[in-house]
Structure formats: structure tokens, C-alpha cells
Design a protein around this ligand. Structure first.
Ligand code: AVI
Length: 322
């Protein structure tokens, strides 16, 4: 453990990074072809995602922020004072600022797999909250993990914050495993605040993933640029098109990249064949009803304690009790 600033402690739990080459090769060799959504997020992909969150069609971020603004004090009343606030993925500073101001935790502990991203965001946050004790922790929380020991004499209560409907990007089986891990790591009696995107009119969902400015299309196609750069690929990105639709059977938005023609591309010297109209499945974004979400979290050992939503019930922040 090294101290980077007076109030910032850094814990490196040394997440093991999977080989991008292995994952891309496996994904493009299966039928139907698929790619892990985490490879959207190189520097350009993260900047494109930031743009998505500001699009008129992408209601998710706006809804979640407005729920936080409207109910922050009530949310804080559901959380024990002097708690440790653990954020899963150090994401939007706007959301965490609202929560930190309302909850006033003893310690803020953001968890992220990327050391660089983590340090950049905590340094910016520390300027805004100079007295806040921050324990930035570099970890892959989708694998088994333990909260770092804080050598504190009393045992503070733990509240997790998992915003942005990020849980929606996990298949339900994987979402349950992840929630079980969080349950194990945080312990009985802890809380978990989650942002979830609710099932709604398909037209609204369709527009959110097919925006007029085509930023989501650029975000989806960026995975191919990322592969070209990192894995010495020669994929012609223009030969693929963005495709996003609602799959009612699985209650999820799906994103795919469709090959516009019959083509062969090389990645790290290996040839991959894409038939005309063949899809590469790049992302799932599950949409839950409050009932289906309650069932999912119950399997993982959590109970729903409170729900805050917007007037149109587009999005919800749910407080879970372990
Ligand atoms: C990060 N995640 C919750 C976003 C979503 O809506 O599933 C990623 C995204 N994909 C397309 N637009 C935004």
C-alpha cells in the first residue's frame, strides 16, 4: 500500500488481465461470433461513451442523476453514518459527488480494474473533497476478491454503489455470480445501492441505442479500431454496420456489428472470414421490471429495502440489504 496524497490511500490487488488476443480469437471463432463489450472502452471508446450519456435519446444517465438529486437525503437516511462507501467502477464524478455530499461517509473506496483511470478520477475528486479519506482500490471485482483491511479499531458499515445500469451488461447468471461476490465481500448487514434500467416502451429503448447523431454506432464500431490497434489487425471498419434491437425473449437490448459484404480480415496474422450480413454480437443490455430484479437479487442473498424512481418509471435506484 502506498500513500499518493495525504488523504488518498492506494491498494493494488493486482487484477489479472485476460489476454485480449485470446478473448478476441475465441469470440470470432464461435458461432455466432461475439466480442467482449469491455473492449469498447479504450480512450476513444470512453470519450464516446461520455458523449452517449449526454445524448437526448440516452435517458439512462439523466434519469439516474435526477433521481439522485431529488432523493439524495432520503437515500442517506437508509445508510448508517460513518460508513465505508464502496463504488463499483469509478464512473461518473457527477453521481458520486451527489452521493458523497448526502451520505458523508467516513471512507470512500472506489474499485476499478484500471489503475490509471482510478488514480485520475480520485485525484480530481480529492480536490473537490479535500477532507475525504479515499481508499482507491485496483481490483477486478468480477472475480473473487476481498475488501482491503483498513486496520481500523471499529467495524464501520459498508454501503456499495453500483450505478449506471452496469449490472444490465451481465447475463443474469453472471449478474447473480457478481452480486454473490459483492455480498460475500461486503458481508451481512451491508447495503448496496444499484442503478437499474427498467423495461419500457420499445421505441424509447430503440432510440437510446440508435441515436440520430450515430454516436452509439461509432462507439460500437470503435471495438474494431481498438482490435486493429492492439492486435495488429487490418479490419476495414467501414465494411461493418451498427445494429441494435430489443430482444423480447431475453428482455435485453442487443448490439451487433453486421458485415456489409463477404470479407476476410487478419488479426495478429490469423485470418477471419465474415459472411455478408453475418453479425458479431458485441453487447447485451438487460432491462428489468422491479419484480424480475427483486427475484435476481434474492438469489444472490440480497433483499430490496427501498426503491427510488423517476416520474415515468424509466430508471430506478434500489437499496439492497445483505
Ligand atoms: C455501460 N452500459 C450500462 C451502457 C448500456 O446502456 O448498456 C453501455 C452502452 N451501450 C450502448 N450505449 C451505451
Amino acid at each position: 500500500m502506498t500513500a499518493t496524497k495525504k488523504k488518498i490511500q492506494f491498494h493494488d490487488l493486482h487484477p489479472k488481465l485476460e489476454s485480449m488476443r485470446d478473448e478476441v480469437f475465441t469470440g470470432l471463432s464461435t458461432h455466432p461470433k461475439q466480442l467482449p463489450a469491455k473492449y469498447f472502452y479504450d480512450q476513444r471508446g470512453s470519450a464516446l461513451f461520455d458523449k452517449i450519456t449526454q445524448l437526448p435519446e440516452y435517458y439512462l444517465t439523466r434519469c439516474e442523476i435526477s433521481i439522485l438529486q431529488q432523493y439524495a437525503d432520503d437515500i442517506a437516511r437508509h445508510i448508517a453514518p460513518e460508513s465505508i462507501l464502496v463504488e463499483y467502477g469509478s464512473g461518473s464524478s457527477q453521481k458520486i459527488k451527489i452521493l458523497l455530499e448526502a451520505v458523508q461517509p467516513a471512507i470512500y473506496m472506489p474499485l476499478d480494474i484500471s489503475k490509471e483511470h482510478l488514480l485520475n478520477s480520485v485525484n480530481a475528486l480529492a480536490t473537490h473533497f479535500p477532507d475525504l479519506a479515499i481508499h482507491a482500490t485496483c481490483v477486478d471485482y468480477s472475480k473473487p476478491w476481498k475488501l482491503p483491511t483498513l486496520h481500523d479499531s471499529h467495524k464501520p458499515s459498508i454501503v456499495g454503489f453500483f450505478p449506471g445500469s452496469s449490472i444490465g451488461n451481465f447475463e443474469p447468471r453472471r449478474a447473480i455470480e457478481l452480486l454473490q461476490r459483492i455480498h460475500d465481500a461486503q458481508g451481512i448487514g451491508s447495503n448496496l445501492l444499484m442503478g437499474i434500467d427498467l423495461l419500457k416502451d420499445i421505441k424509447v429503448l430503440h432510440a437510446a441505442y440508435n441515436d440520430e447523431q450515430k454516436i452509439t454506432a461509432q462507439f460500437n464500431l470503435n471495438i474494431l479500431h481498438h482490435i486493429n490497434r492492439e492486435l495488429h489487425g487490418n479490419i476495414t471498419v467501414d465494411y461493418f454496420s451498427h445494429c441494435a434491437f430489443f430482444n423480447p425473449k431475453h428482455s435485453r437490448m442487443e448490439m451487433h456489428l453486421t458485415s456489409n459484404l463477404d470479407q476476410i480480415a487478419h488479426i495478429s496474422g490469423k485470418a477471419f472470414h465474415f459472411r455478408m450480413n453475418e453479425n458479431i454480437h458485441t453487447e447485451n443490455s438487460y432491462k428489468y421490471s422491479l419484480n424480475s430484479f427483486e427475484q435476481l437479487v434474492r438469489i444472490a442473498g440480497f433483499k430490496v429495502d427501498a426503491i427510488w424512481s423517476d416520474d415515468q418509471q424509466q430508471f430506478a435506484i434500489v437499496n439492497l440489504h445483505a
